[in-house]
Write a protein that binds this ligand. Structure first.
Ligand code: ADP
Length: 533
């Protein structure tokens, strides 16, 4: 074999493996970075969305309540303005001559919202009124009219006076107009009926009151209409009447603020939970990919090591076969005993090679799901005796003391003899391999226990550490201990053994103490003819 090729190939393999590992790790690092970055971004954006949304909801609810208040006030005022338009109509039909008489003659249909009409001359005297209550007329003339006069109301435009006298509120619509020929300014006044505020407000409030607390207050917080809002909670809105009842404040507060908040809290909690679940799922997926990658890298490494180990294992018997056959061919050794010995070596090494190749082939079939067994009634004791001969040369060479104890009259089993031979050879090979430094006793026992035929292979070698023990049946698994590493092996023997034993409905057990040895026990059910079952 060319030594250069020999030394070059592992280093090339190593560098290309390192290269592929490096690029894999790089790709994985990039993927991890992207994943972490996008996860963080989603997290931050979502948190911002949730907190912003909370504020936005509150603002939009307050705004919509303010809109509601404005809308209601406008509707109420529209009602009053509708009455106001009647003042214009009145001044249009009124002649300037005898105003009071004309007013009386007119059949003025008034709505229940209007209480009285008054016509004042430029000096503030009542020219006409439908109010028969003289003290009230006096109050209007002496206390209310001066307030109207102070308002400097322009001609032909309607203004309102919202005032209180002796803690009683009044609302008036006032229209100043000029009699066409006399150049005199008269004042036409409409007094609204505030004794029945329900007539004003109920139609507008009725629907609102189902979901909102409504209150109309004056400046001193006296409730004029509705129910006092004790504890103005969130989403409370208030607004002064802009034109008519301008001394009053209209207030509104949702009855179900707590419900709205609870709904919003639930919605937010649900969103947060969904996002957290998603993030957990993403991270779990990443973790699975990570574990898969780790496993893949480990398997690749193990496979490469396996190929290296198997090649080396083949090299030794091949060199021996080549060397001894060359000697024989060249006829250098002439005495029969030595020739026989060399032939024995060649035979034993060929067997070792066959065992190795069979192991690899069977393993490869097993990997590809092609492993087929040929079950038949067979004698395990005969199989053990026959195959122990294969180890004769090696046992002698390595000074191993083999103790074989086969119980008589063992029942037959149903099995595949090639496969079971592989089980025995693997266990024996390991027992010899892993006891090369210490006590070189190997015990093989075959006996019956209940319905099983039991095969025990015991050695007193390096043993197996408790950490390695649960993993020794995994494919390609080899302990990392130095004592194991320096012994050649492929890491497929025991996985093959377990597979074969399982296929025979058998059981395998191992007991081992580091530095004291290992004992493998295999139980195969005895053969039961079809009639017995
Ligand atoms: P290998 O070719 O490495 O021996 P196996 O699958 O046969 O592969 O064994 C797996 C591992 O189990 C070995 O690498 C070794 O660590 C451990 N092992 C198996 N048999 C023995 C034994 N008789 N004594 C000590 N260790 C053992």
């Amino acid at each position: 074999m060319n030594p250069n090729t020999d030394s070059a190939s592992p280093s090339t393999g190593q560098s290309s493996r390192l290269g592929s590992l490096f690029s894999n790790i790089k790709l994985f690092a990039i993927a991890t970075f992207i994943l972490v970055f996008s996860t963080l971004t989603v997290g931050v954006l979502t948190t911002r969305y949730i907190t912003e949304k909370e504020g936005v909801l509150e603002i939009s609810l307050i705004q919509s309540n303010i809109r509601l208040v404005n809308q209601t006030l406008e509707n109420i005022e529209q009602q009053i303005l509708k009455e106001d338009r009647r003042l214009y109509e009145l001044t249009a039909i009124l002649g300037w001559e005898d105003l009071s008489q004309k007013l009386e003659e007119q059949s003025i249909t008034r709505s229940p919202l209007v209480k009285h009409l008054y016509l004042f001359d430029p000096q503030g005297n009542i020219l006409f009124s439908d109010c028969e209550d003289h003290p009230h007329r006096r109050l209007i003339q002496q206390r209310i009219y001066p307030q109207m006069a102070r308002k400097r109301i322009p001609l032909q435009s309607i203004h309102h006076l919202h005032t209180s006298v002796n803690a009683v509120y009044y609302l008036f619509s006032i229209l100043k107009f000029q009699a066409a020929t006399q150049q005199m300014v008269y004042t036409l006044v409409m007094e609204f009926n505030l004794e029945n505020l329900g007539a004003f407000f109920d139609p507008f409030i009725h629907d609102l009151a189902k979901n909102y607390q409504i209150c109309i207050q004056d400046y001193e917080n006296n409730v004029i209409y509705g129910e006092a809002i004790e504890d103005p909670r969130k989403y409370f809105a208030e607004q002064r009447f802009p034109n008519t009842f301008y001394r009053w404040m209209f207030q509104l507060s949702p009855r179900n603020a707590a419900e709205i908040e609870q709904d919003e809290r639930n919605r937010r909690a649900l969103t947060v939970a969904l996002i957290v679940i998603n993030l957990v799922l993403i991270l779990s997926a990443w973790f699975l990919v990570y574990m898969g990658r780790k496993r893949e890298v480990r398997l690749t490494r193990q496979k490469e090591e396996f190929i290296r180990n198997v090649s080396h294992e083949m090299k030794t018997p091949l060199s021996l076969i080549k060397m001894f056959s060359e000697i024989l061919i060249l006829g250098r050794k002439r005495d029969e005993i030595t020739r026989q010995e060399y032939l024995g070596i060649i035979f034993a090494e060929t067997e070792r090679l066959t065992f190795l190749v069979n192991n690899v082939l069977d393993f490869s079939n097993l990997e590809r799901g092609l492993q087929k067994f040929c079950f038949e009634e067979m004698d395990l004791a005969a199989l053990v005796s026959k195959h122990l001969e294969v180890f004769d040369y090696r046992i002698k060479k390595e000074n191993v003391h083999l103790h074989v104890d086969i119980a008589p009259d063992l029942p037959s089993i149903e099995g595949d003899s090639n496969a079971l031979a592989l089980v025995l050879l693997n266990l024996l090979d390991n027992a010899i391999k892993y006891s090369s430094d210490g006590r070189k006793d190997v015990h093989i026992r075959l006996f019956r226990e209940e319905n099983d035929v039991v095969l025990v292979v015991r050695d007193y070698g390096i043993g197996i550490s408790p950490q390695d023990l649960p993993r020794i049946f995994e494919k390609f698994y080899r302990s990392n201990h130095l004592s194991v590493r320096r012994i050649r092996g492929s890491g497929i023997g025991l996985s093959l053994v377990r597979y074969i034993v399982d296929a025979h409905n058998g059981r395998i057990a191992v007991e081992s103490t580091p530095d004291q040895g290992t004992e493998f026990t295999i139980r195969i059910p005895r053969y039961s003819p079809p009639s017995e079952t």
